[in-house]
Design a protein. Structure first.
Length: 432
């Protein structure tokens, strides 16, 4: 069903991008400053996607819808439950809010592909048990490339440029379908008895992950759905999405591209932030032998800042208000685990830290982001912190594979930005 809907939409969008490139290509949209050239291209408008956008004050928009709108509008398994992840994937891929039938069609497509091949399990088992979960995750993704639809068709010269998106979508569905089983198996190998638990044929994508993790409670099923929806995308300019986009632009298949993106996600400045935020909160709890008072939390925060360190989980490169993803997690925790001492510690941090950062004066955004709460929730259910980035990657697969499919659909070219020397920059500055 998903492929048929996209087949109707793709030609219109191919024409739109051709118009932008050919008829409107010389229209200036930004001025480049040296600080952006040497500062990681921050803020440069050099990528295009219609799948998500981050508003500085309203947060992430998925196909134009905010987080509260998404959680309200997407089809749900039942009253009071979090939406089907398959419904979000339909929205990301098509731009249309799905019916329940359409959401379930994605869930069924995933179920058909969810079992983890024995050879992929063998690759994981061949690695030492002290291997980092993200290394195992990336290896598992690459091990599944043998089942790519795109790669052999392209190698045989059977694909026209305008048709590349179809087998890319096939690969995207295969990859995203299998990732919950891969992630759960890695967790079993690292922290359990090493057995592979096959997916349940009657469960949706998010609930199946909870089942395969051995955390099959209604609360954790809903947390999984919520977690993967909130982590699904964040524009295409973040490090992992942009890395995958760059690799995909070479016409490498989805498996190569997503594995590269996960290598970027494994960096401490990107996907490991949730671990650091949790570690900081645990440090406050342990220092004071319990949930800190506001006065103790303030002192702890100033000790961190005066030591020349940042307070992890607060501030954001784009956002200038409390992250709506944080709010969604906060409300979930308040409803499901209000008695958790770690959540109570996070509550005190939310009361105190923004005021401290405002007084400190160096943070452009003193408000919490998603990392300030995501680790708190997983820790409550006993999930090991080293695994959190795999969870992040599992959710981010939804947005990244949507970007990759649409990049092929509209024929975005290979990326090749121009580099300059520092002498050239100094000369430009002198002439300005």
């Amino acid at each position: 069903m998903l492929k048929q809907v996209l087949a109707q939409k793709v030609p219109e969008w191919q024409a739109r991008v051709r118009k932008l490139a050919k008829e409107l290509g010389e229209t200036p949209i930004d001025t480049v400053h040296i600080r952006q050239t040497v500062g990681g291209m921050r803020g440069l408008k050099v990528l295009v996607t219609d799948i998500s956008y981050v508003d500085p004050y309203k947060g992430i928009h998925f196909r134009g819808y905010t987080i509260p709108e998404i959680l309200e509008a997407l089809p749900k398994p039942g009253e009071g439950e979090m939406p089907y992840v398959g419904g979000l994937y339909w929205l990301l891929m098509t731009g249309d809010l799905p019916t329940k039938e359409q959401a379930l069609s994605v869930e069924e497509a995933w179920k058909e592909r969810m079992s983890l091949p024995e050879e992929t399990q063998a690759v994981i088992r061949a690695m030492p048990k002290d291997t980092h979960p993200m290394t195992l995750f990336t290896l598992g993704i690459l091990a599944m490339r043998n089942d790519s639809t795109f790669a052999p068709l392209y190698a045989e010269g059977k694909l026209k440029k305008t048709d590349l998106w179809g087998p890319t979508l096939d690969d995207a569905l295969l990859l995203t379908g299998r990732l919950p089983a891969l992630a759960a198996f890695i967790y079993s190998y690292k922290y359990g008895d090493g057995s592979y638990k096959a997916p349940h044929p009657d469960l949706d994508w998010g609930a199946n992950f909870a089942y395969m993790m051995g955390l099959d409670t209604p609360v954790y099923r809903n947390l999984s759905r919520l977690y993967f929806i909130l982590h699904s995308d964040h524009e295409v300019g973040n490090a992992s999405a942009h890395t995958a986009h760059l690799v995909n632009s070479t016409l490498a298949d989805v498996f190569y591209a997503f594995a590269a993106g996960m290598s970027a996600l494994a960096g401490p400045l990107h996907g490991l932030a949730n671990q650091n935020a949790l570690r900081w909160l645990l440090g406050a709890y342990e220092k004071y032998g319990g949930v800190p008072t506001p006065e103790q939390m303030e002192a702890y925060a100033w000790d961190t800042l005066n030591a020349g360190q940042v307070i992890p989980g607060f501030g954001h490169a784009v956002l200038r208000a409390t992250d709506p993803r944080y709010k969604a997690f906060y409300e979930f925790a308040e409803a499901q685990m209000a008695d958790s001492v770690l959540f109570q510690t996070a509550q005190v941090a939310y009361q105190v830290i923004p005021k401290v950062l405002q007084e400190h004066g160096k943070a452009k955004n003193p408000w919490p982001n998603v990392d300030a709460m995501s680790g708190v929730l997983q820790k409550h259910f006993g999930v090991e912190p080293l695994f959190y980035t795999v969870l992040f990657g599992l959710g981010r697969s939804l947005g990244i594979t949507s970007h990759l499919t649409w990049a092929r659909a509209v024929g975005l070219p290979i990326e090749r930005p121009k580099s300059v020397t520092t002498d050239m920059l100094l000369e430009m500055a002198a002439q300005a």
